[in-house]
Design a protein around this ligand. Sequence first.
Ligand SMILES: [Zn+2]
Length: 371
Amino acid sequence: MRTERTKKLPLLFTQVIGSLPRPKFVRDLLAQRNAMPAARFKQQLDNVVRFAIGLQEQAGIDVISDGEWRRTHYVGEFLTRVGGFERCRQFEHHGEVKMTDVVVRRMQAPESVFAADAQFLVENTDRCTKFALPSPFLIAVRYWHEDYSRDAYPTLEHFTDHLAEIIAGEAQAVVAAGIDIVQLDDPALTYFCDRHLTAGEETHDERLRRDWNIDEQFPAALAAINRITAGLKAEVHLHCCHSVCKRRSDVTGDYKPILPRLADAKIDRVNLEFAYPNTGDVGDLALLPPNLSVGMGVVDVRSDQMPSVENIEAIAFAGTKFVSPERIALNPDCGFAPDAGEPPSIDEAYEKLCRLSAAACRLRERFLSKS
Ligand SMILES: [Zn+2]
């Protein structure tokens, strides 16, 4: 639901998706989490998160996050905090053999694992705040495997159920801490946009090989999301992107297969990617369910090319041909660094955010001078 605070956001407000690139100092700090006295670690991390907040404010962004600088990875941190996962499954990714976590024991979250992070963000800015949580479907398809997980959760559906219960508690806790916008990150929903993947063709990521069936799996994913968002006293966003790894996307495809199906989602806004080639097509917005608003990704976070303000403005303006500007927010395509090892520098992200703000100002002038 829109709240008193989010209703006051300007036309075509700007927002981040979540993560900012972590400078080496932050990456080193996160790596030393267990080697430092807890109080010292917290103090250092608080200091750098204040910097991440200040950077977004200085860039002129309306809705800000903590840069996800308390997490090494946008999902991994949640897994670590609730426990039950082990890095024991070998898989192939872009021809490279890697290890991935799988759930091997039941998760435990007697109290919220993110409430304190959310509270710090709220206490350190007067702008609208956003807190991102991973969605149950995303975690279920990536981290449940029949060879490892059956003792903990007999089926993927049992695992999804427990995830929805825990994440619902997290969402309630971050809203109680004062967060204005809760965003559920679900790049796995975008797998259904990739026609090669859903047709069962070869994929670069072994974890994505399964029988994709949008008629069965999509409603189940939405049911888990709706269980989390029901009655939440905050604006709720769903972020569907094409995943990012080392300046390229894991999957491709426009949003036509999934947009009409989001009519059943109990959310306020869906944040999508339009700047990166081979992802969303602005024309897909004709399929946006009328009950939903959109966060248009208008800045390519993967390319090291710096877009011009005019280029950002042009993508956003194209969107207003399909959806009224009152229903549009503007954001980068994705978080700048879902994983701490992602390449963009903090200066690159800052400059892109500054240009996003400048483009939003120009568009507001165009629309407000007309009315
Ligand atoms: Zn994303």
